[in-house]
Design a protein around this ligand. Structure first.
Ligand SMILES: Nc1ncnc2c1ncn2[C@@H]1O[C@H](COP(=O)(O)OP(=O)(O)OP(=O)(O)O)[C@@H](O)[C@H]1O
Ligand SMILES: [Mg+2]
Length: 307
């Protein structure tokens, strides 16, 4: 993958963040929820799209949040939310066209007015899931510190000769990147976010970490230290709230773990290196700065891979 400065694509205003990984239960919806709320709290215009048509976790969360907002003692930020339905006709081709139309309409509605679009995806491979991948500016894949989760990216095998084969999910990302370059010369910043990290650093965590850093050069992704395993990341779902909300105003004294949770989300936002608001310039300009910074990073990673 070689990027030239002159190759800069026509960027849309909205920065599309897709949260995806074929590994079920890795934390896609949890990360989507926390990122969307964090960006809203930072004052950005945020749209959310729930492509997990069966589970609808992101949709359920924002329904809960909207109903909390009705009687909330403090202002509760809400995104513009889309929950497209799956087309269930007999003809696969027609279904894909219908799904494409609904998804494209949602993106079309928000791509110029909103600054971020956060898309949660299902664990299963589907047409819409692949489509979302090829639209991603930032692709976030949460994973647990486990060789089972790593295996979804690259086969972890005791036999050295068979180790390191690219797995199906990595193929999906490689294909999305290829398409993306053809369509608008854009790039997909792929960030692996570690999730449910245990408080005590184990031998296993260290081994996974090492293996992941090697794989990062091979598959061209970045690694971000994500979220620890904390009750606060799951207990507020029924209320549509997160650790970032003004819990202290509801006479809920923040525990040290909740304070740490907020810090972890802030650090994660920093690690994602998303376009940031710059005084005196608009979001599209920030997106261009982002593109330059990220393409520089991948140029270096490509050179490292070639060594
Ligand atoms: N950092 C965390 N701390 C505590 N619990 C977590 C954390 N991340 C995720 N969980 C919990 O783990 C479970 C799976 O998380 P989540 O639903 O976000 O994963 P997912 O990847 O969206 O799953 P699916 O593939 O089924 O869509 C949920 O019960 C969630 O509350
Ligand atoms: Mg989910």
């Amino acid at each position: 993958m070689i990027f030239e400065a002159s190759d800069a694509p026509e960027l849309r205003t909205a920065h599309v963040i897709v949260v995806a990984n074929e590994k079920g239960g890795s934390g896609k919806s949890t990360l989507s929820i926390h990122l969307a709320v964090a960006l809203l709290k930072a004052g950005y215009r945020v749209a959310t799209i729930d492509l997990d048509i069966r589970q609808r976790s992101l949709t359920r969360f924002f329904e809960n949040r909207a109903s909390f907002a009705n009687t909330a003692p403090w202002p509760v930020e809400l995104p513009r939310h889309f929950a497209p339905d799956r087309a269930e006709g007999a003809n696969v081709h027609e279904n894909e066209s219908a799904e494409f139309a609904v998804f494209a309409e949602a993106i079309g509605e928000v791509e110029h007015e909103y600054e971020f679009v956060v898309i949660d995806t299902p664990a299963s491979d589907s047409y819409l899931m692949r489509l979302a991948h090829s639209l991603a500016d930032t692709l976030i894949s949460p994973m647990n510190d486990s060789f089972i989760d790593m295996d979804v990216l690259s086969r972890v095998h005791h036999d050295r000769a068979r180790r390191g084969m690219v797995s199906q999910y990595a193929e999906i990302v490689i294909e999305a990147r290829r398409k993306r370059r053809l369509v608008d010369n854009g790039l997909i910043d792929w960030v692996l976010v570690r999730n449910r990290i245990a408080s005590l650093k184990s031998n296993n965590a260290r081994q996974v970490d090492q293996a992941l850093r090697k794989l990062a050069v091979e598959l061209q992704f970045r690694v971000a230290e994500g979220l620890h395993d904390r009750v606060i990341f799951r207990e507020l779902f029924p209320l549509g709230l997160t650790a970032l909300d003004a819990l202290e105003e509801a006479n809920h004294t923040l525990t040290p773990s909740q304070v740490s949770a907020r810090r972890e989300i802030e650090t994660l936002l920093g690690d994602l290196m998303l376009p940031e608001r710059v005084e005196g310039s608009d979001h599209l300009q920030s997106r261009h700065l982002w593109f330059e910074a990220i393409s520089g990073y991948y140029r270096e990673l490509t050179a490292k891979k070639a060594e």
